[in-house]
Design a protein around this ligand. Structure first.
Ligand SMILES: *[C@@H]1O[C@H](CO)[C@@H](O)[C@H](O)[C@H]1NC(C)=O
Ligand SMILES: *[C@@H]1O[C@H](CO)[C@@H](O)[C@H](O)[C@H]1NC(C)=O
Ligand SMILES: *[C@@H]1O[C@H](CO)[C@@H](O)[C@H](O)[C@H]1NC(C)=O
Ligand SMILES: *[C@@H]1O[C@H](CO)[C@@H](O)[C@H](O)[C@H]1NC(C)=O
Length: 367
């Protein structure tokens, strides 16, 4: 039968090629006849396998490494709210470091133009809507907290986020005079129509990467935070559409909470109707009870305490500039009309949606 003959053929198969070449040589399959070279080969092979196993184990441990975000007990350190809200800030008036088409107005000017306004219940920061020929840039505001921080829990209760063609609003932390050495934490930021959600982003010097295990609901944009990569795009995480702009405002806004500690930096977003009660009551908010963050930047491949230091809280509304104003973003991605600077110059009423409104900012420090 075919089967049998095939078996016979196998058992009686000719010796391997080498054996045919030198019929007297011993079989390579039997260790008894292995020469020195073969033994060395086997030893090398074993070492290679051992190294592979160790490297694999190390990589596995590394891939699973995750910081210990154990509960910290927070208490209120700074409360930015009420009619004195803006007293806690310096007004930036220099040329825009982000190349925007904007004139940042000082404190007195902002108050007389009503670009900053605080009542007992809210604080507002907005872009000028009166100038119909803002041919050298439109008036806006950039405020920097007098106080600097190197850790803490920052709770921003936001009623309205600015949006509209040419706008580049941000609520962020940085040490602008030591950038990027002391890092930058962008908590709330978007451009133009802001229909693709909030972007939480870190910017650093070399040596801060996020290509590790993270626990977050947002979409990762880039993993290297070093300002020299991806044209200084930073390591960003994007939220859903209702985390910024019109959709966010329509829901009555919400709360962004940013926890900054040596284990990592995490940002949570809560729509107005879903704010945890420990934030509402405000006595001792506990991030360990809030569930998965929107953005998680663990310290596993980034020393948080050495890359992030001495930062002020900054809020501004830039116009055009490096991000919002690039043709690729302004026209192609966000479908805004004409050129960004023409829009800023002529379309004064378009800036009626370009305002921040906050209930309060609260900063908690760990005991
Ligand atoms: C300034 O703005 C606030 C908030 O929009 C408004 O209530 C107030 O009437 C304005 N003040 C002036 C003088 O226009
Ligand atoms: C902290 O930040 C402030 C404001 O940017 C700056 O003037 C100061 O030099 C910084 N201090 C240190 C120690 O970096
Ligand atoms: C990154 O920061 C360094 C140091 O300040 C600066 O020289 C460089 O131009 C920055 N790169 C970008 C793309 O912003
Ligand atoms: C002015 O802004 C409004 C609102 O964004 C927009 O609908 C309109 O097309 C703009 N007009 C021009 C001339 O750009």
């Amino acid at each position: 039968m075919y089967e049998n003959s095939s078996n016979i053929r196998l058992t009686e198969a000719p010796p391997p090629y080498e054996d045919i070449k030198s019929p007297g040589s011993p079989s390579k399959a039997n260790p008894k006849y292995w020469g020195r070279k073969v033994w060395i080969g086997v030893a090398v092979g074993a070492i290679v396998i051992l190294i592979a196993v160790i490297v694999g184990a190390v990589l596995g441990v590394r891939a699973n490494a995750y910081p210990n975000y154990s509960k910290l007990t927070y208490s209120l350190a700074d409360d930015y709210s009420g009619t004195g809200f803006f007293d806690n800030f310096d007004y930036f008036t220099g040329y825009d470091p982000s190349s925007g088409f904007v004139h940042y107005v000082d404190s007195a000017g902002s108050q007389s133009l009503n670009l900053t306004y605080a009542s007992s219940s809210t604080a507002i920061l907005r872009v000028d809507t009166s100038d119909t020929d803002a041919s050298t840039g439109r008036k806006s505001v950039r405020i920097t907290s007098k106080k600097q921080y190197s850790s803490g829990l920052f709770v921003f209760d936001i009623v309205n986020t600015p949006y509209g063609c040419s706008t580049w609003p941000a609520l962020w932390l940085s040490d602008a005079s030591n950038w990027p050495t002391n890092g930058e934490i962008d908590v709330v930021e978007a451009v133009n129509g802001a229909t693709s959600g909030n972007q939480v982003t870190l910017h650093t010097t070399k040596g801060c990467e996020m290509d590790r295990k993270r626990k977050e609901t947002g979409k990762v944009l880039h993993k290297n935070c070093y300002n020299g990569t991806n044209s200084n795009a930073g390591c960003g995480v994007q939220g859903a559409e209702d985390t910024f702009g019109q959709a966010f405002n329509t829901n009555g806004g919400g709360v962004y909470a940013m926890e900054w500690r040596s284990a990592g930096i995490r940002v949570w977003f809560f729509a107005r109707s879903k704010i945890p009660s420990d934030i509402t009551t405000g006595s001792s908010p506990d991030p360990s009870s809030w569930g998965t963050a929107l953005a998680d930047f663990p310290n596993t491949d980034c020393s948080i305490s050495s890359h992030f230091r001495n930062q002020s809280i900054i809020a501004n509304i830039d116009l055009c500039g490096a991000w919002a104003g690039s043709t690729e973003v302004y026209s192609t991605q966000d479908g805004c009309p004409g050129t960004c600077t023409d829009f800023v110059t002529t379309n004064a009423t378009a800036f009626e949606t370009a305002f921040w409104e906050w209930n309060s900012w609260k900063v908690y420090t760990a005991a």
